[in-house]
Design a protein around this ligand. Structure first.
Ligand SMILES: Cc1cc2nc3c(=O)[nH]c(=O)nc-3n(C[C@H](O)[C@H](O)[C@H](O)COP(=O)(O)OP(=O)(O)OC[C@H]3O[C@@H](n4cnc5c(N)ncnc54)[C@H](O)[C@@H]3O)c2cc1C
Length: 405
């Protein structure tokens, strides 16, 4: 029976570990150590409504005043710097030592800043924390020109918010498509049209190689083809580096994140991991690290249950959403096994792109402004139901009638 749980990290996964422990009746000690000074909060709004001049209040996952109620000892602005597995203790950035019966690593990740000369200038922003969002919000003013480096989700959401504020935006992506990692070429070309029609100057196959102060108070970016672009503000959205150093230094099995089983347990049976920092080893011998809101919540809950000895098998179905301009984009599943693609044109501006495997079971679905249909398709993916591809493509046929008989 565990009597004390230490959580390294105070983000989304950490909050759900603590909440699920208490919801399941755990009465022992919970200490939550967070490098940031904010209580746990949700990050998706940071690249969306938090960049607007009239940003709403942050949706905290555990408010300041809830910590005593939940009996969680929160240590803000305090990192876990070292794990001593033999003594079952951690060392904190304030030199304090804490003992644990179980340790949860929920340290997320940090923004990757490529080693480009000039990326250390003040005009360069990354976006991971609420402080980053506040700084960027103050910098996005209509008299500035923005250059976004990276055509992934965060870069695109920032571009959309900047365009809404009337800021001229150039977006440079070194690959040949936007959000190419999603694996859907349809999505890439949809996003290209969406941003171009909203006035973003897209430069694909273009890498920024240098940034320097230009003569008139702005900055000049140089691209790999020798061309140049002047701007006042730069946002680099170039992916995430998992914060797994404490795990690596403690000798846990890691591979760009902490390797865990379906119970969230690492190679040390007293140490667990959840969220962006966790790499789930699948029963087929693969591995999966998800950077999504849904995963941080669900894996956090699963780890909470595992800590109490409940049988929690966490095998997620990837799910991600993004909102850009007035468009809601949702994706479920993965594209690797997709061999047949079906386009389902919904009502109005709805579009759905579905990937079927070679037995016509849905493995991937991407919806534009179609949350209801996506909910149903997520169920089809989870239940591995064979679908009739022709009925699926027929918008007149409701999704309830497309399961093959
Ligand atoms: C700008 C932005 C927009 C996003 N939008 C979406 C979206 O639209 N849809 C979606 O599905 N997902 C989105 N995500 C992803 C989603 O927010 C993350 O997957 C989720 O926050 C991961 O939760 P986590 O708890 O693993 O990590 P985090 O929420 O990052 O929390 C980790 C915490 O641990 C702290 N920490 C790090 N090292 C230590 C240490 N050694 N000791 C103590 N504390 C430490 C960090 O400072 C951080 O506070 C977005 C992410 C960002 C950054």
């Amino acid at each position: 029976m565990i009597k004390s749980v230490v959580i390294a990290g105070a983000g989304q996964a950490a909050a759900w570990v603590a909440r699920s422990l208490r919801a399941e009746g755990y009465a022992g000690r919970i200490v939550m150590c967070g490098a940031e000074c904010e209580p746990p909060y949700e990050r998706p709004p940071l690249s969306k409504e938090q960049l607007a001049p009239d940003a709403p209040n942050m949706p905290y996952l555990i408010r300041h005043d809830e910590f005593p109620e939940l009996a969680v000892e929160w240590k803000p602005g305090t990192s876990v710097t070292q794990i001593n597995r033999t003594a079952k203790t951690v060392v904190l950035s304030n030199a304090e030592q804490l003992s644990y019966d179980a340790l949860v690593i929920a340290t997320g990740g940090r923004a990757h800043l490529p080693p480009v000369p000039g990326f250390d200038l003040d005009c360069v922003h990354t976006l991971r924390t609420l402080d980053d969002a506040r700084r960027l919000r103050a910098a996005i003013t209509p008299d500035r020109r923005l250059l976004v480096v990276g055509g992934g989700w965060i870069g695109l959401e920032v571009a959309a918010m900047a365009r809404r504020a009337g800021v001229p935006v150039v977006l440079a992506e070194m690959g040949s498509g936007l959000c190419a990692r999603s694996g859907s070429r349809f999505l890439s070309s949809y996003l290209q049209t969406l941003h171009a029609s909203n006035g973003v100057d897209l430069r694909l196959n273009t890498r920024v190689v240098r940034l320097a102060v230009s003569g008139d108070g702005g900055y000049m970016a140089e691209f790999d083809d020798g061309s140049k672009q002047e701007a006042d503000l730069f946002v680099v959205g170039a992916g995430l580096i998992p914060n797994d150093e404490i795990a690596v230094n403690a000798g846990l099995h890691c591979d760009r994140g902490v390797l865990v089983d379906s119970a969230g347990r690492s190679s040390d049976p007293f140490i667990y991991a959840a969220g962006d920092v966790a790499v789930l080893c699948t029963s087929e011998g693969g591995s999966l690290r998800l950077e999504s809101w849904q995963n941080a919540q669900d894996q956090g809950i699963a780890v909470g249950l595992s800590l109490l000895g409940r049988h929690a098998v966490y095998m997620p179905q990837p799910f991600f959403w993004s909102s850009q301009y007035d468009t809601l984009i949702q994706m479920a599943g993965t594209t690797e096994a997709a061999t047949t693609w079906v386009m389902r044109q919904g009502q109005g501006n709805q579009q759905i792109h579905i990937g079927l495997d070679d037995t016509y079971r849905a493995v991937f679905a991407m919806g534009i402004n179609a949350p209801r249909d996506l909910r149903m398709l997520r169920r089809f993916i989870a239940d591995a139901l064979p679908l009739d591809r022709w009925l699926l493509a027929d918008t007149e046929v409701p999704l309830t009638k497309v399961v093959a008989t």
